[in-house]
Design a protein. Structure first.
Length: 141
């Protein structure tokens, strides 16, 4: 079986509406308590893009299928959001997109970090499969 061809590009303001909707779906899918509306998420995403964050959009056959929002801080790349379109999950897109980030987008030699909600077992399993290891558990009351 031939591996799917995925291309990436840095997002522009034209992509903000899609990113805000996907960010809302990400919040819902992971069970996060963030209650921001899609317009609020759009404003936040725009602010991040005007700052130090970068967003990469992944496309397969001319269709947007995923995105990654990250920031590079000194010796670290912190992956804040990673989302695959709901209707395109379980096709290997996440694995391929993450490989592109590591191989083509991010500089080598940096520590890669991502935060995952403990109850989001699918995401925890995915990131462990990508090579991440448990480092810290944040507790709250």
């Amino acid at each position: 079986m031939m591996e799917m061809r995925i291309e990436w590009r840095i997002v522009g303001e034209i992509d903000l509406d899609r990113l805000a909707v996907w960010n809302s779906q990400l919040i819902e899918d992971e069970g996060h308590r963030n209650s921001m509306t899609v317009p609020e998420l759009r404003r936040r995403m725009k602010k991040w893009l005007e700052g130090d964050y970068c967003v990469v959009l992944f496309e397969a056959e001319g269709t947007c299928v995923a995105y990654a929002l990250y920031i590079e801080i000194h010796d670290e790349i912190y992956l804040r959001q990673f989302f695959v379109a709901r209707e395109r999950r379980r096709e290997g897109i996440g694995r391929i997109a993450f490989g592109l980030l590591k191989d083509e987008v991010w500089p080598t030699g940096k520590r890669l970090t991502v935060e995952v909600l403990v109850k989001n077992e699918q995401a925890v399993a995915f990131w462990r499969k990508m090579g991440y290891r448990d480092y810290c558990l944040k507790l709250e009351m």
